[in-house]
Ligand binder design. Sequence first.
Ligand SMILES: NC(=O)c1ccc[n+]([C@@H]2O[C@H](COP(=O)([O-])OP(=O)(O)OC[C@H]3O[C@@H](n4cnc5c(N)ncnc54)[C@H](O)[C@@H]3O)[C@@H](O)[C@H]2O)c1
Ligand SMILES: CC(C)[C@H](C(=O)O)[C@@H](O)C(=O)O
Ligand SMILES: [Mg+2]
Length: 376
Amino acid sequence: MGTYSIAVLPGDGIGPEVIEQAVRVLNVIAQAYGHTFHFQHGLVGLAAIEAEGKAISEETLATCQKSDAILFGAVGSAQHGATVKPEEALFRLRKGLQFFANLRPVRPLDAMLDASSIKADILRGTDLIVVRELTGGLYYGHLEPNVPGKPSEIRETERGYEAIDTLLYSEEEIERILRVAFDTARERRKKVTSVDKANVLSSSVLWRRIAERVAKDYPDVTFENLLVDACAMHLIRQPASFDVIVTENLFGDILTDEASMLAGSMGMLPSASLGTRRTAHGLFGLYEPIHGSAPDIAGQNKANPIAAILTAAMLLRHSLGLKEEAAAIEAAVEQCIEAGYRTVDLREEGKEILGTREMGQRIAERVAALAGNKLS
Ligand SMILES: NC(=O)c1ccc[n+]([C@@H]2O[C@H](COP(=O)([O-])OP(=O)(O)OC[C@H]3O[C@@H](n4cnc5c(N)ncnc54)[C@H](O)[C@@H]3O)[C@@H](O)[C@H]2O)c1
Ligand SMILES: CC(C)[C@H](C(=O)O)[C@@H](O)C(=O)O
Ligand SMILES: [Mg+2]
């Protein structure tokens, strides 16, 4: 029985809808296991821009810094190109708090194998994790102090407009993410696939050089390099051949949206972003489903809350050290899928379609039942 502080940042669109269900499940865990979770709610994204002029305020950042873990919904709108971007909240949190390792597990549930557009015999046995570098690369060209000139901008020239982004990685940034990948593989099936574009990009040539060097420190782990375009293909052709995929920021972003479809939907994939700072119970972390604010379905009780609920399970495991509680949430999700409950994104003949709240409620009920059985 413990007391923990969790910063909760629901954000925009479906963010608040799915986070409400994740918090509901966390409350059931607290009650069943006798924990106390202090939730500190904060504004991020459009709501924060409207209220405070920034995608995340200094005060909210300070609240996050004092917490044991941060639970984040989603930010963003259908309109892009505003002066203050809601997505800035993510960059401030990720870069500001040095969450450089983004873990995105992909495990299609057995009960859904036949429903996927990918054949069940190809999907069977798929259990992979993408370790995405999160605080470097193209996303941060505009923030890098050491890059001369203006490394990210749209500018007007005599020939019309041109735009530049800079993809910069230091040796230290590459090495530390590779070590996270190899350490993760040691806890799993001991295989690392490092994904790059070393046939074109200098940053990838350096990445590959360092990957090969780090691999020598892990002789017990099978290691391979793969070009990112081939990886995108192999993810569909033979997803079960992967264990740990490690890659740079933008490649990891794109490959995980693709990989989410192995698990059935964007609404199924959780994520944990970690650095090196420890709390009393584990690693300090930022937890977010991989999906965005989904403006097309926001406010309609249609969003799948499973990604957010599995994200809460990752939070319990990595930042609060509550492994049994995390496993109870994962088992409850699996039971609900086995029982035939689906949200619209997982549409499947003959299954019962539930709304966001109803799916959250069914999962919460099963968490309570599982915890009750274990504790009695
Ligand atoms: N971590 C984040 O906050 C985050 C992540 C990705 C995108 N975004 C932002 O979200 C906004 C919308 O981006 P987008 O539409 O390209 O991506 P998106 O992830 O919001 O949606 C992509 C598609 O997947 C569906 N989808 C996503 N999550 C779902 C869920 N839980 N249940 C059911 N269906 C779901 C949507 O309806 C949509 O059709 C953009 O502003 C983008 O920058 C934010
Ligand atoms: C919203 C966007 C900046 C973000 C990213 O690219 O990191 C999102 O797509 C994600 O996957 O978390
Ligand atoms: Mg993404």
